[in-house]
Design a binder for this molecule. Structure first.
Ligand code: FES
Length: 67
């Protein structure tokens, strides 16, 4: 599903940027893939997606360390 229509960025691309490349906020995401750089209407949704993915990823890493 597209989260940024102006720049054709999908939810999956944002999640991959967080998990694989350590993106942790809109600024670093914009440097990586140009998302949220036109109308800006997607910014809140993308910001929330980054935060949720980062939290999920941190929880999975903690589970891996505990195992
Ligand atoms: S929808 Fe993302 S910049 Fe317009």
């Amino acid at each position: 599903m597209y989260v940024c229509i102006c720049r054709n960025v999908t939810e999956r691309q944002v999640r991959e940027a967080v998990v694989r490349h350590g993106v942790c906020n809109l600024r670093t995401l914009r440097k990586r893939m140009d998302a949220c750089s036109q109308c800006g209407k997607c910014a809140l949704e993308v910001k929330t997606l980054i935060q949720e993915t980062a939290a999920e990823n941190a929880m999975l890493e903690q589970q891996d360390m505990a195992a």
